[in-house]
Design a protein around this ligand. Structure first.
Ligand code: 5GP
Length: 359
């Protein structure tokens, strides 16, 4: 377990509001309870419950959003989430979050994202490398990443803007345009997420196509439920990465493999929400054996009480991967980041250096 913590890791699928510490959620719920906005005792039990079905998760997100959606809290949560990932040696983190309009709070999608970025700048105990231009000028970056504990640690953080499946075409389009507007501020991609039984592919397609035309990398939640038509459409759209890929039939499965689209694997999340029958029967094994490009991810570390180190540990204990195989898995994930080649090269160095220490 400690070895999995020490392993440098790349996180590519982490939802901001799903990665909030329980202690923070409870504190925020207490404050809102005191103000009479919610009934704390009811909310407390929901937050502390550990088994969650897929529909329950989305109800919970609505609750989380009540707790977290004001500018200062968004800032706080973004700061804490990065600190938590950095604490377990995640060296590159793509956080995804849904920019939210909230008139009552004077919040626009843009001001929401500004609050997130403010949080990233307030991170303590670790240097956050957020902009590409920083890396090029920051000669010390590599040595800081390489020396690990000896000096202050560094973490690359990038942002993906999520389109929520409840949104309209025009709202989805706004998100894509916002991503373009903020591309010099650490925003590097688009995600499609939200309750998989809600909404139609045709609603998001114009926005996704717009992102594709603008050259913005895209990752899509695929096959969380057995929606044949949509799975087919998503594979045909050929995004840069896919999340989950739980409910694919044999034909779709073969198509995924032949397209070699990298997959973000979320073991704990899939087992908890029923996307995979058990850890042992998770489709990770098939993809891994087929040498399909993949990366282990947490999805919602707060909601599912997991961590990226734990996901690596689960792979080791469930599928019997050796330390060198786990190391290779972590290292390979660096190939699928949406950041540029300068970052990829730097990550290569990080792993080269860590290899001597860990293997
Ligand atoms: P946020 O975007 O507010 O930072 O993070 C929470 C949101 O991420 C949820 O409201 C939901 O739209 C999305 N999300 C988190 N986990 C999952 C998941 O496992 N599947 C899907 N489809 N969406 C998710």
């Amino acid at each position: 377990r400690e070895w999995c913590v020490a392993l440098p890791k790349v996180e590519l699928h982490a939802h901001l509001n799903g990665s909030v510490r329980n202690s923070t959620l409870l504190e925020l719920a207490k404050q809102l309870g005191d103000k009479g906005v919610i009934v704390f005792e009811d909310v407390k039990d929901v937050i502390m419950k550990s088994d969650r079905s897929l529909p329950e998760c989305f109800k919970l997100f609505d609750l989380f959003h009540i707790l977290t959606t004001d500018h200062d809290t968004v800032t706080r949560v973004a700061k804490e989430v990065v600190e938590d990932f950095a604490a377990e040696n995640v060296v590159y983190l793509e956080i995804r979050t849904t920019p939210k309009n909230n008139e009552a709070k004077g919040m626009t999608k843009r001001s929401y994202m500004d609050a997130v970025i403010k949080g990233l700048k307030e991170v303590e105990g670790v240097d956050v490398a957020l902009f590409d231009s920083n890396f090029r000028t920051n000669e010390t970056l590599n040595s800081k990443l390489l020396d690990g504990d000896a000096k202050k640690k560094k973490i690359y953080v990038r942002l993906l803007l999520s389109i929520d499946r409840r949104e309209t075409t025009s709202a989805a389009m706004d998100t894509v345009n916002l991503a373009m507007e903020m591309k010099d501020q650490g925003v590097i991609g688009i995600d499609l997420s939200g309750n998989p039984v809600v909404g139609e592919w045709e609603t998001y397609l114009p926005a996704l196509q717009h992102a594709k035309n603008l050259g913005i990398p895209i990752t899509i939640h695929c096959g969380e439920v057995a929606n044949r038509k949509e799975i087919q459409a998503v594979l045909d759209f050929f995004p840069q990465r896919l999340g989950h890929v739980c409910c694919l039939n044999d034909v779709e499965w073969e198509k995924l493999k032949s397209l070699m689209i990298p997959v973000e694997i979320c073991l704990t999340s899939n087992v908890m929400t029923g996307g995979a029958p058990s850890l042992e029967l998770h489709h990770f094994a098939d993809l891994y054996n087929a040498k399909h490009p993949l990366s282990l991810c947490t999805d919602d570390s707060g909601l599912f009480s997991t961590s990226l180190s734990n996901e690596y540990y689960l792979v080791a204990t469930t599928f019997g991967l050796s330390k060198s195989e786990l190391f290779q898995l972590a290292q390979d994930a660096a190939q699928f980041v949406f950041a540029d080649d300068v970052v990829k090269k730097s990550l290569k160095e990080v792993f080269k250096h860590a290899e001597k220490r860990l293997l």
